[in-house]
Design a binder for this molecule. Structure first.
Ligand SMILES: [Zn+2]
Length: 87
């Protein structure tokens, strides 16, 4: 299991339940038997619950910033959002 984010930009843009969830960001859908799907989505600011501006997000195969294959990198799970040093 990976314990590292592919790059800082990806981590900053990833929507977290307890964090920023508007503007441009990335989320993933995890299905029990299928591979996770990564989506780039733009959301209205200050909406609860978060609401995407467009119906369809852009499916991502590679990280837009560093070009890493997302499925290969995160297929076994996401690393923790907060490292010990950021708290
Ligand atoms: Zn990256």
């Amino acid at each position: 299991m990976n314990s590292e984010w592919c790059c800082a930009e990806f981590r900053e843009r990833f929507f977290q339940t307890q964090g920023r969830q508007d503007g441009l960001g990335i989320l993933w859908f995890v299905h029990s038997r299928a591979a996770p799907v990564f989506v780039l989505e733009y959301r209205h600011p200050n909406r609860t619950p978060p609401e995407p501006i467009a119906e369809d997000g852009i499916k991502l195969k590679f990280c837009p910033w560093c070009g890493r294959n997302l499925l290969e990198h995160y297929g076994s799970g996401l690393p923790p959002f907060h490292s010990a040093s950021s708290d």
